[in-house]
Design a protein around this ligand. Structure first.
Ligand code: HEM
Length: 438
């Protein structure tokens, strides 16, 4: 017996619907219950929309799945880095990379994160119109470059950003089955992507070369035992996985703060009470409760990773159904995070959802912005720290007012980003004069 699900008379009918508006399509599947099934040509796809079933797939029965799908095709670009490796190779790499993200180790990164955020803040002018998405992309790129590779890549940020955009244009094409062939055709998009990859490769190989023989205790230093190709793949992976996701989380947080003056006021009250006239540090994090809740709620409404896909390696029983070998399994943070039974009035930005009591009432995996299980985000502690410290640093000095009339449109590519950026006007906060930190 198959789970229920939508049907289409045309072989590619559902593919077309998915591509036109993936969020709306996945949301419509929720009506079929905890598991929905549909087919795209010969490919069966199972959509899991229940926290217990997501846990089955990501944690309890993870060995029955591989990543498959879009991320596997990303190997063209990321090689055999942590994000794309499978099975034993993945396990070995995870062991290599994971220690770099232990709490004690990343604590030292706090100063870098705050330092770059302060420098950005000092460049903003009162009344200036900014695209806060582009600003956050610059900032997180600089932070990942400095913390993980001890390199100052800020000067090259526009070039890297352009290269990443060219690559993402191709990613958009390959996030679905049957599109590998599209990559081989020398379209302008593909040619641009290939050139972009060559530029990024050059940058990364240069970083590696600069560093051989001088272990500075950063992540690249830890990886340098491996061969150049392996280091390149791991570095490219962390560069990409480690900056756009966090930049998007921060951008959506600013966007939501701009629409929710009460939350913004609570944030400012917290920053004044906890920090007074100094910049935040790693040690302040446990007391920056409102700041953290703002990020939690922003990642609920706009999860940077909005969907997770797996392919069944064997027949596997999930809930009441057997998912056959070869089938694709999809789970969506976007859909789960807007379920009204877990989040009443799901569209509402509400920090009260993140009190310890409210959290305790929801099941595990009703919220999974970082995925979970052995393939969950290795950078999660890094991302929380960066999100909290950057938001706190910038919000101490500035209010960002949304520019009226500018359309903010969520665009679900590999990550959920704003299609036309998020335009804001920077308004200085009078309470905390700039430069007063210490
Ligand atoms: C708000 C920020 C971030 C979000 C929302 C996020 C989200 C995710 C998600 C959902 C996955 C799992 C994908 C899957 O299971 O298919 C993942 C994996 C991963 N993330 Fe993150 N991430 C963030 C920040 C970071 C940072 C800062 C780094 C590194 C510096 C990073 C590095 C990675 C890597 C290497 C993996 C693959 C892990 C593995 O397969 O073993 N991420 N991330």
């Amino acid at each position: 017996m198959y789970p229920p699900g939508p049907k289409s008379r045309l072989p590619a009918g559902l593919l077309f619907q998915f591509r036109r508006d993936p969020m709306a399509f996945l949301t419509s599947l929720a009506a079929y219950g905890p598991i929905a099934r549909f087919t795209i040509g010969p490919q069966a796809v199972y959509f899991l929309n229940d926290p217990a079933l997501v846990r089955e797939a990501l944690v309890l029965q993870h060995r029955s799945f591989e990543k498959g799908g879009a991320l596997k095709r990303a190997k063209v670009m990321l090689g055999e880095g942590l994000l794309t490796a499978e099975g034993d190779a993945h396990l070995a790499q995870r062991k290599l990379v994971q220690p770099a993200f232990h709490k004690a180790r990343i604590a030292a990164f706090g100063e870098v994160m705050v330092g770059y955020a302060e420098a950005m803040s000092a460049r903003w002018q009162p009344g200036q119109t900014l695209d806060v998405w582009s600003e956050m992309m610059h900032l997180t790129l600089a932070i990942v470059g400095k913390t993980l590779f001890d390199a100052d890549v800020e000067g090259e940020a526009p070039e890297i950003e352009e290269a990443i955009n060219a690559l993402l244009a191709v990613f958009n094409l390959i996030t679905l089955p049957f599109t590998e062939l599209l990559l081989k055709i020398p379209t302008p998009t593909n040619l641009r992507a290939r050139a972009a990859m060559a530029r990024l490769d050059k940058l990364i190989y240069k970083l590696i070369e600069d560093r051989r023989g001088s272990d500075k205790g950063d992540l690249l230093g830890m990886l340098l035992g491996a061969d150049d190709r392996q280091v390149r793949d791991e570095a490219m992976t962390l560069f990409l996985a480690g900056h756009e996701t966090t930049a998007n989380a921060l951008t959506w947080a600013w966007y939501l703060l701009g629409q929710n003056p009460d939350a913004e006021a609570a944030l400012h009250a917290e920053l004044d009470a906890v920090l007074g006239d100094r910049a935040p540090t790693f040690e302040d994090m446990p007391r920056l409760v409102v700041t953290e809740r703002i990020l939690s709620e922003a990642m609920r409404l706009y999860p940077p990773g909005w969907t997770i896909g797996r392919r069944a390696l064997v027949d596997v029983t999930i809930g009441e159904f057997v998912i056959p070998k070869g089938a694709l399994v999809l789970m969506s943070q976007h859909v789960m995070h807007r379920r009204a039974d877990f989040y009443p009035e799901p569209e509402k930005f509400d920090l009260a959802r993140w009190t310890p009591e409210a959290k305790a009432e929801r099941p595990q995996f009703s919220y999974f912005p970082f995925g979970g299980g052995p393939r969950g985000c290795v950078g999660e502690p890094f991302a929380w720290m960066e999100g909290v410290l950057v938001l706190a640093t910038l919000a101490r000095h500035w209010k960002l007012r949304l520019v009226p009339g500018h359309q903010v449109v969520p665009q679900p590519l590999v990550t959920l980003r704003p299609r036309h950026g998020v335009l804001v006007t920077a308004e200085p906060r009078s309470l905390a004069p700039h430069g007063g930190g210490g």
